[in-house]
Design a protein around this ligand. Structure first.
Ligand code: MN
Length: 735
């Protein structure tokens, strides 16, 4: 070992040894063999990485040590994971081989390190992310520790992302948002999921991230004061009963607050549930449930509960093992406060997810996990042709909540929320699914598309004449049922689809549209078809479907949707003829630190970037380079699915080009509204307006105004000015 560390400075050695000691103190080492193996893994890694440094300049070895620390401290894993984490980059980056690792540490460690190496490699090659995603899941079903160590690796890389070039930051962040955050959620690693989401937001939407972070700091005192006052009477009652507990008020994550601002359209100041109060009880396992409900009853005596918001994951835990009793009550000043009641054991599971289950060997949750892992295997063993379709299915599965239903004999089946008797039939056996003719729920005949609820008892009637049909796909939500139905219909569909494909090809030719994935994707997306095969099939069923193409125009071989002005209700639509775009000067950009002039680039019409927006470049298959806003609704999908086509983009130079952008204005409907807005925009602000459409309903109007601006600061001042008009309630930018 001494001879090996020549490439390290004295200071490096000090730091490495310090970090290693810190790690050792955390690991729960049960025997000498573990101790010896950890030491050997450390020494091997120190030697293997001796010539490497991280982007930040520190010795590379600090990274595997930190990943090991995360495995222990933040996920609750043991020596096997520590050894694997220490070795996780050796095979990929150094001359160490898998054989070396097997001969020293045995087959189990070799298998995990091999899995980690493969995952690493999967992301290097320029394959679509869908394929990478599949690989991750395949290793997950072999040994979940591979994925857990990988998550720790990703967490440390995200935490130290600042040293990376911007375009890499974006790629890594989008991958994290797309794969790792949902996976962390599914594995019950809530802290990690939250941290992932916050770090992603910090990279893709720094401005709003900072805005909320600052506001949280500003309001901290006030919030703490409120929490103290809220919990004081609860504490008093609990102390009187001699309960042992911890109580705390925790602010919600920045990304979840931002989410709320976006979806509920309320400003920060109007979000009252910025925090949740958590009560953690220290009781024996057999008293847990009773103790939680006791605390619930104490709280609801003091603060009025909102019954619809009660969530009881103590009686039936979530399938990722999460157990907790959540209630929302009306606190002081009529504010809603969420209170989470759980025990120390439940809290550890909530914090550390999967790993904590091993520790407690909770029979119940083990079953639920097995169920999930098995259903994963099922998806992987029976993948659909279309990788994106596969991901859509899988993601639905990651976020779904479960219901518990019963067979006539009383066996419990776990199905995702929203499942139907047909899902249930396929869950029992594919033959029962194929032949499913009718279903009874709690003794009553129901349609096959009936949505099941917790506790339902289901019996299925089968008929040998029955066979799956296309419409069944709309009646099921489980991947298993979908796969089964799809594969039953596949041959028939594919053959029929060939005819549709030829028809569409001829149509494209006559329109002068290029036959490429981009054009096909535009059609599939517009008509909500999950794959090209579906598109072809649809056309084969109905030739008239091609009339839909009238909604598109063709420019340079590309299909463009012709936007229709929506006519609404009582107010006639007012429209000012559009000015020609060609009068604007092409904005100056840098793409991947090079002048963008050598690319043929256009601004994406889905998000209409304006100089000053955070942007990125996407190399599309047929239409050159497209510039999107970082917050474009399509961005996460593009970045995650075609990560390798993403390039960094920045605005440069004089702000002498013009950008078209659209604002949505909502306000109280009164006579002269349009005139007033038009007047403010064109006369007072001197802004060039392309079009304005208005519709009114129920005393309110909604206006869409398309304007031409130089940059985002000009845009901001326009928004501010419009917001100040009497009767205007909101002004937002439209994508
Ligand atoms: Mn690593």
């Amino acid at each position: 070992m001494e001879a090996a560390i020549v490439k390290y400075t004295e200071e490096d050695i000090k730091q490495i040894q310090h970090e290693y000691k810190k790690l050792l103190q955390l690991v729960n080492v049960k025997n000498d063999e573990d101790r010896k193996n950890i030491r050997m893994a450390f020494e091997l890694a120190v030697e293997a990485h001796q010539k490497q440094r991280r982007k930040s300049g520190e010795p590379y070895i600090l990274h595997p040590i930190e990943v090991a620390r995360i495995c222990v401290e933040e996920i609750g894993l043991g020596p096997t994971a520590v050894i694997s984490a220490l070795l996780h980059d050796t095979v990929e980056d150094t001359t160490t081989t898998l054989e070396d690792i097997r001969s020293i540490f045995g087959e189990k460690i070799e298998m995990i390190v091999d899995g980690l190496t493969k995952l690493e490699k999967a992301f290097d090659i320029k394959s679509p992310q869908a394929e990478n995603f599949k690989k991750i899941l395949q290793t997950l079903t072999k040994d979940v520790r591979v994925v857990l160590v990988k998550m720790a690796d990703r967490l440390h890389n995200m935490r130290t992302l600042g040293a990376m070039p911007k375009h890499k930051q974006i790629r890594i962040a989008s991958e994290t948002a797309f794969i790792y955050a949902p996976l962390a959620h599914r594995l019950g690693l809530y802290n990690m999921k939250t941290e992932f989401q916050d770090m992603v937001m910090k990279i893709t939407d720094y401005e709003n991230y900072k805005m909320i972070a600052n506001k949280l700091i500003d309001t901290k005192k006030q919030r703490n004061f409120y929490i103290d006052e809220f919990i004081a009477p609860i504490k008093e009652e609990m102390d009187e009963l001699g309960l042992k507990y911890r109580i705390m008020g925790r602010p919600k994550s920045i990304s979840s607050i931002w989410n709320k601002i976006q979806t509920k359209k309320v400003p920060f100041e109007q979000i009252y549930d910025l925090f949740a109060v958590r009560i953690i009880l220290d009781v024996e396992q057999k008293m847990e449930k009773r103790a939680c409900w006791l605390v619930y009853s104490i709280i609801s005596d003091i603060h009025k509960p909102i019954p619809e918001r009660l969530k009881d994951w103590v009686s039936t835990p979530k399938s990722n093992g999460y157990e907790s009793l959540h209630t929302t009550v009306v606190g002081l000043n009529g504010r809603f406060v969420e209170v989470q009641i759980r025990t120390e054991r439940m809290d550890e599971i909530a914090e550390k997810g999967f790993a904590a289950h091993w520790k407690y060997k909770n029979m119940y949750s083990e079953n639920v996990f097995d169920h999930w892992i098995n259903s994963m295997r099922e998806i992987l063993d029976n993948p659909s042709d279309d990788a994106l379709e596969f991901i859509a299915d899988f993601k639905a599965n990651l976020f779904s909540e479960e219901i518990y239903v019963y067979t006539p004999k009383g066996d419990m089946k776990i199905l995702p929320k929203g499942a139907t008797p047909l899902d249930f039939a396929f869950d029992i056996h594919s033959e029962i699914g194929y032949r499913c003719a009718s279903a009874k729920v709690n003794g009553r005949l129901v349609p096959l598309s009936y949505k099941l609820s917790n506790g339902d008892k289901i019996s299925i009637n089968i008929s040998s004449n029955q066979k799956p049909s296309e419409s069944w796909l709309g009646m099921v939500i489980t991947t298993r049922a979908k796969n089964r139905i799809r594969s039953a219909m596949k041959e028939e569909k594919r053959q029929a689809g060939e005819i549709g494909k030829e028809t569409l090809m001829r149509k494209f030719k006559s329109l002068g549209a290029k036959w490429d994935d981009d054009n096909l994707a535009i059609l599939a997306k517009k008509f909500n078809l999950p794959s090209f095969v579906e598109l072809y099939y649809k056309i084969s069923l109905d030739k008239n479907w091609l009339n839909n193409l009238k909604e598109f125009k063709v420019e340079n071989g590309m299909l463009f949707e012709i936007k229709k002005v929506e006519e609404k209700l009582n107010r006639p639509v007012i429209s000012i003829p559009k000015t020609r775009r060609s009068s604007t000067i092409q904005p100056k950009l840098m793409i991947n630190d090079e002048s963008a002039d050598k690319f043929s680039y256009t601004l994406a019409s889905c998000c209409n970037p304006v100089q000053g927006d955070n942007i990125f470049a996407y190399v599309s298959a047929g239409a050159g380079v497209k510039i999107h806003r970082m917050t474009c609704p399509n961005a996460t999908n593009l970045m995650a699915t075609y990560g390798y086509r993403i390039m960094k983009a920045e605005w440069v130079g004089e702000e002498n080009s013009s950008f078209i952008t659209e604002l949505k204005i909502i306000g109280v409907d009164e006579i002269g509204v349009v005139q007033n807005l038009t007047n403010v925009i064109t006369n007072e602000l001197g802004v060039n307006m392309r079009s304005i459409t208005m519709s009114a309903d129920d005393g309110f109007y909604e206006g869409r105004i398309s304007i031409i601006v130089r940059n985002t600061s000009k845009l901001k001042s326009i928004v501010k000015r419009l917001k100040g008009q009497t009767g205007v309630t909101s002004v937002t930018r439209v994508y």
